[in-house]
Every structure is written in C-alpha cells, then in structure tokens.
Design a protein around this ligand. Structure first.
Ligand SMILES: Cc1ncc(COP(=O)(O)O)c(C=O)c1O
Length: 304
C-alpha cells in the first residue's frame, strides 16, 4: 500500500503518519467497530466514486446494529470521502471508512466510550489479481462456517466479525487456493471471505438470500440489477455445495473483487474451466457502469 498525503479524522484532514489510535482502544481489543470499502474509478470526467451513499448508509446500519453513536450522516461522510480523495490527488483507488470505539474503558460494555471516525484512501488494483479477473480463480469450501445470525450479525460490516473471514482465507491460501467459500451453520453456501457469490446453471442465475448470512453487498445488488436488465433475473435461493460442483459458471462480487470468475471449486473445473457467457456479461456491464459508460446508471457515480 502506497501512503497518501491525508487521512480524514473526525472532521479534519490529518497527515497519513498522524492517523494513529491509542493502544487501549476498545475497538482494537474487542472488534467494536464498523467499516466500509468503496472504489473510485477513473472516468472521462475524472475520478468517480461508486455508490458512496449506499456504502455510507450501510456503515450507518452497521453502527446502529452495534449501538455505536455516529456524529455524521451518510451524506456528510460521502462528501468527506470525496474531499479526501480529491485532496490526495489520486485518479482511482479505494476508500476505507471506519468507525470504532476508542479509549476510555476496558469494560466490555462500551457505552460512554469515545467514538472515532476515520476515512483513508489509497491506490488499489484488482483484489484477486489481473489473471483472476481474466481467467478465473480457484476456490475451496472452507472448514470454517460463516458467522451466524445467532452469534453475530453477518449482514453488518462489524470489524470483529472479520476474524471469521481471516481464518477462512488463511486456510484456503495455505491449501494453494485463491479464495475460500464459506457455508453457513446449516451447510448452505453463504459467500467468499470478502465477496458475494453467484451460480449459473442452465442459464438460470442464483445468489444466496440475505437470510443465509451473507453481507448485503453493494456489488451484489448492482450486478442483480444489471443482469436483470439484460434478461437474466437473479433468483435468491439456497445454494448447496453440490450446486457449486454442478454449476456451469460461478462468479464472486465485491467492491474489492469487482466481478471475479471462479474456474475451479475444490479442484473440480467449473463448467469448461474458464469464465462463461453470463459471467463475462456481468463483468462488462459492471465495468461500463463504474466507469461512466452506462448512461442508465449515471446516478451510481459521484464525481470527485
Ligand atoms: C463478507 C463480505 N461479503 C461480501 C462483500 C461484498 O460487498 P460489497 O459488494 O458491498 O463490497 C464484502 C465486501 O465488502 C464482504 O466483506
């Protein structure tokens, strides 16, 4: 990661090296924070932030789920992110907002502890590699189950919940795979460690419903809209491990991963072992939307 000049902290721009936190921050010890990831794309009209308000609204929901009081509205944070990006002079990249409980008490109950909001940004290439986007990645079904609705909040982007994703990706990479797919506690397919999942079989596109315990992905909803417009409505129903092995196509979606094809699951080739027609269509439509080439979705972009 290349440092940039500024980071936004609680309403002001500070230097990259000054964006530090106290070692006794509640969020550091207990994972009591919420965060977002937002991409900024280079377009003919300059850098454009993709759906920043939707991301900041999800941040507000995640904070509400964990009773973190936030001093800023979603619109204010979206504007702050744009100003920060402009101040850093990047043409494209990634924005990382985070809200967390700071220093004040080591009690588990954080009520009354100070809350901080930071926004950072930096340059960022394809998360699962250029080759992954072009030719597809390999995945394995993780031995780790996705966090459940009973124990945590899989639909909220809570920092502490990401230990689950870290365990899954570490195991997958140690096994020689690019990414992990997690099942939920009932054995149904949930998602990747940091991506939602889509399966195509006989032309029908399916993604696990939110009740399965997946994050309510902004890219997931974007791709659902785009595919529906092209005559491929996406059905939300349970996906089994066998469905992964029977699939003609599988792809992952996420702000970091964008639309990444899967070419192998547990060493089984997916379809013909290369990205299929609907995956390519989703990639093309997505890239057109995020780079301002799709007039129908001009409102998804906010220019810096
Ligand atoms: C666990 C998980 N699922 C799915 C996603 C994809 O969500 P989005 O498309 O909003 O980035 C992410 C990334 O934020 C994630 O961390």
């Amino acid at each position: 990661m290349e440092p940039t000049q500024y980071i936004w902290k609680d309403g002001e721009l500070i230097g990259w090296d000054d964006a530090t936190v106290h070692v006794l921050s509640h969020g550091l010890h207990y994972g009591t924070g919420a965060f977002e990831g937002i991409r900024v794309y280079e377009t003919d009209r300059g850098p454009a932030v993709f759906r920043p308000t939707e991301h900041m609204e999800r941040l507000a929901r995640s904070c509400r789920a964990l009773s973190i009081p936030v001093d800023w509205t979603a619109d204010e944070l979206a504007n702050a992110a744009k100003e920060l990006f402009a101040a850093n002079g990047l043409r494209s990249g990634y924005i990382r907002p985070i809200v967390f409980y700071g220093v004040g008490s080591m009690d588990l109950n954080p009520s009354g502890v100070e809350v901080h909001t930071f926004i950072a940004c930096f340059g960022f290439g394809p998360y699962l590699g250029e080759d992954g986007v072009e030719n597809g990645i390999t995945v394995t079904v993780s031995s780790w189950r996705r966090i459940t609705h009973e124990a945590l909040m899989p639909n909220a982007k809570i920092t502490g919940g990401y230990v689950n994703s870290v365990l899954a990706i570490q195991e997958a990479v140690r096994g020689g795979y690019d990414e992990a797919i997690m099942l939920n506690a009932d054995g149904f397919v949930a998602e990747g460690s940091g991506e939602n999942l889509f399966v195509v079989r006989d032309g029908a596109v399916t993604t696990p419903p939110l009740a399965t315990g997946v994050l309510e992905g902004v890219t997931r909803s974007t791709v659902m809209t785009l595919l529906e417009e092209d005559g491929h409505p996406v059905d939300q129903h349970q996906v089994t491990r066998t469905d992964l092995y029977y699939a003609d196509e599988i792809f992952l979606t996420g702000t970091a991963a964008e639309v990444t094809p899967v070419r192998e699951v547990d060493d089984h080739p997916v379809g013909e072992g290369k990205p299929g027609r609907i995956t390519r269509l989703a990639q093309e439509r997505f890239m057109a939307a995020v780079t301002g080439r799709d007039e129908r979705h001009a409102d998804w972009l906010e220019y810096v």
